[in-house]
Design a binder for this molecule. Sequence first.
Ligand code: ADP
Length: 698
Amino acid sequence: MYSTLPNLGRTYKNNVVVSYYKLVSLKPTFYPILQTMTDYAELLKQLQLQVDSLQGENLELKRSQRKEIDSRDINDAASEMLRINQLRYRTIFENSLLGNKIIGSDLKILQVNQALVDMLGYQSKNEITGKIIIEFAHPDYAGDWQILQQRLWSKRLPSFNLETRLVKKNGESIWVNVISMLFRDGNDMLGFTTIEDISDRRSEFDVLRMREENFRTITNIIPQQVFTAAPNGKLVFVNKQVCDYLGKTDAEIIQKGWDESIHPEDVEKCRAAWSTSVQSGKDFTIEFRLKNEQDDYRWFLGRATALRNDEDSITLWLGTNTDIQAQKDNEHRKDEFLSIVSHELRTPLTSIKLYNQLSQKNGSPEKQAEFTSKSKSHIIRLERLITDLLDVSRINAGKMTYNIETFDFDKLIKETVDSLQLLNNNHELVVQECDPIEIKGDKHRIEQVLNNLILNAIKYSPDATQVIINSKVISDSIIVSIQDFGIGIKEKDLTRLFDRYYRVDNSSMRFDGLGMGLYISAEILKRHNGSLWIESEPGKGSTFNFLLPINGERNLTVVDTDNKTFYSANFIEVRYNEEKGWLETEWLGYQNLESVKKGCMAILEMVKAAKYTQILNDNTLVRGNWSEAADWGASFWFPALREAGLKQFAWIYSPSAFSRLAADRSVQTDLGDFQTHFFTDKESAEEWLGRQKMFDRV
Ligand code: ADP
């Protein structure tokens, strides 16, 4: 109905009716209708209809205009709010101390604040706007950042936070903390990022991390077990040594502690001491036994100290466990030694005292002479014990003195044997060969060696009747051997006999002694450039041999050499085997440390000169002691050979078990790319080298 009415009386603004008051002036607009209506009733009707219609329209207008006013208020308020917020946001965005940027979906920077410009070391915003932030990222860190950005834009992440690095205009890099999120602006999606320069904090963090890494490295190098614990005593860190010893991972140990590996007798005292320290903050020190992976207990000295902060509160316990098994063994041996010494000294003293008393009681000159003679042997024994004790302490202090002179060695042997024979009736001391020779050395000390070895031969062959002594001149040395037919020595004990106070278990119970004689003898021979070695078979007997250079030092003569393919001397032959492609070395006759060192150095020079990678080392003809030589070889020569490029060393043992044991004990068979293998025959050694050559070629 209203559609027939003229569209008058309404004013529109933005398609919304805004005039309400215009209905008042409606009448004049209906004049045309009035003029054409003659019928008053019709007029009224028409008017009524118009009024009704206008009323309806008015109501409608009223309603919609009320709405319009409301929404206009709201719109105004909203735009005001928006304006304020935009101002606020702009102020925050611009004046923030943090770097801010807004990017579009193409990741290009649309807007950036001055803080970010300054942070990156640029002058104006234009230098940055339009670029992608990853262009400013440190190359090592750009990848991670990019991945997070992709996840953010693909809506897999609502936001992200990342510590990363940016590169400044001048090339310097800085650590930054980045927080990014998306927001909607109208129909557009934009990214908002705030960037904080954390270089100062980060460098502190780096220093701390480096310190921690250093701490871990150091603790893994040192032999001790190292641990740290929280102020409440709970383990926080254990080094590699702890893990290796217990055969567990650090996580396992940290979680469960190591109580179950502590000896049951020590566990309570350990717990008590640890909790006392944790409560009092005082240092922790305890000796306890800890079980290793092989289920063997070893003694440890556990120590820990509290680290404190400026407020004196404990921040961490730092502790170590030091293996003191050797110390414990020594203590044990020392105790044992003291009891043996007291026993050894008291026995002859008791006898001497007894003979004195008897001789006082029995006045006859014959009896007195008998008692005096009997007590004499005990006095000699006592004297010898005291001399040995003094000698050991002199050797330890490096104060053993030597009076070098030239003397008749054969005469010394005969005199020593004669005087020992007088005191020992049960054994016949047989001197089989005794080459006449003058030698240079300390006569008294060499006599001491002879005495020790012959008396041992007698002592450790209680059921035998003979001891055989030989002394032969071979080349530049004198070789002495003392053979008995006694209890013999097991292979496992052979190499330890020269250790101070070492006594073979099963014989120490049956025979008197302090375990010093062989140690002193070996020291004396070493100081004469000599050597000492043993051949022995349990139950059959032993032969103790020693070598002494006649002139105090060896006459080691080089016959001919080109220092590259051959070296010919009176103690070694070295030759390059062209067909096989390796160097062959053959040691000849008696060796001591001096000859071994000289030969080894010649070989090393040849390896360096010709870049040999394999050596076939034949010791079949070796005589003498290789013990110290093998030690020297292991610590110096083998590493030097490896350095020079040698790959394989095939070692054919000398027939002497003693030398073999010394070699096994001293030489590490695997030094990474350098290997030493032992053989008893040449064939197998050659086969191994040949095989290795093939592998190397492959
Ligand atoms: P001691 O004889 O006082 O014990 P030594 O140093 O002379 O000390 O000898 C060390 C150990 O070597 C002896 O305890 C013994 O076990 C062993 N030993 C030495 N000589 C012989 C030998 N001829 N036969 C068997 N065992 C020997």
